[in-house]
Write a protein that binds this ligand. Structure first.
Ligand SMILES: C[S@@+](CC[C@H](N)C(=O)[O-])C[C@H]1O[C@@H](n2cnc3c(N)ncnc32)[C@H](O)[C@@H]1O
Length: 295
């Protein structure tokens, strides 16, 4: 058991959630189990779905405090790269408590996957391109990615590589059988909240027409950072975000939570010249502030 759990990445104690148990458990799992499940999912673009409850509480307070001072009540908000959506739900709760009635469109590159049974006791979670996001072997989640040469020293790399090869061989047969189950990778309470709606969206792709010029405020947390994207990609994403705002007076929030749980983010506002200006910072501010200010 201990050896197999090494394949699944870090987890937070108790039964380890996999994509199937996340689908079937309703809301019968702990916050720790949920956080461990999302942290174990790495997308093919190298980003992780890591998120957690109460991760952005202090950021929410900062933003709401600044909006109070400015007399702003954004009614159309977008939250980009939301993973489980739990921080969007907590933001909606904080805004409601502050008397700000709003609708939040919560988006993510990968919001749903497909669960496919390849053999008795062996399933895979696939992204929309049919790539494996998680192997499930006898209820244990096993990652698809290798953690460098040390993986092979520990032996785990051989198992991950073997499962990747096995899935590659069996998936064409499963495709022919066509027995897939959709998994919405969203917290059930967030999914059912009327203030939130959800959509898949790639912040690096050309903006869909229906998202342009629509939002009074956009937040992007734990996505636009130098660890995930190069400067050209970050500039493209910021240009897309600006194009989705309604114009002068609207807000952009960019944040990164460091490994110690401390948030470093910046609240920007679009000025009359449609250039971003800094309104407030949390921690040391956003690491891509210079990119946003020169957009
Ligand atoms: C680390 S999580 C951040 C979750 C949440 N915002 C938070 O701060 O806890 C990053 C999320 O961004 C999503 N993502 C990755 N690339 C993306 C892209 N190009 N466009 C939109 N979302 C993306 C991932 O699927 C993942 O759910």
């Amino acid at each position: 058991m201990t050896v197999l759990m090494r394949f699944s990445g870090d987890f937070g104690g108790g039964v380890v959630l996999n994509a199937r148990s996340f689908l079937t458990a309703g809301d019968a799992f702990t916050q720790t189990q949920e956080a461990a499940f999302f942290a174990s999912i790495r997308l093919r673009n190298g980003t992780y779905k890591t998120t957690d409850h109460h991760r952005l509480d202090d950021l929410n307070m900062l933003v709401i405090g600044e909006w109070r001072k400015l007399g702003s009540k954004p009614s159309q908000i977008m939250d980009v790269g939301v993973s489980s959506g739990i921080s969007s739900l907590e933001w909606a709760d904080a805004l409601t408590r502050a008397g700000i009635e709003t609708k939040i469109l919560a988006t993510d590159l990968c919001m749903r996957g497909s669960l496919v049974r390849l053999l008795p006791g062996y399933e895979v979670l696939l992204d929309r391109d049919g790539k494996v996001l998680q192997h499930i072997v006898s209820n244990l989640p096993v990652r698809w990615y290798l953690n460098g040469p040390r993986d092979f020293l520990k032996g785990t790399g051989f198992v991950v590589a073997a499962l990747n090869a096995l899935a590659g061989a069996l998936l064409p047969l499963a495709n022919a059988r066509g027995k897939w189950r959709d998994v919405l990778l969203v917290n059930p309470h967030a999914r059912d909240d009327a203030r939130l709606s959800f959509a898949e969206d790639d912040i690096l792709a050309p903006n869909p027409a229906q998202l342009r010029g629509r939002f009074n405020a956009i937040r992007v947390s734990n996505l636009l950072n130098h660890g995930y994207f190069n400067e050209a990609q970050l500039r493209r994403a910021v240009a897309n975000l600006r194009d989705r705002l309604v114009g002068a007076g609207s807000f952009l929030i960019v944040n990164r939570t460091h490994a110690n749980g401390i948030n470093h983010g910046t609240l920007f506002q679009l000025g009359d010249a449609i250039r971003f200006e800094v309104v407030a910072r949390i921690g040391e501010g956003s690491e891509i502030e210079n990119i946003v200010l020169s957009a």
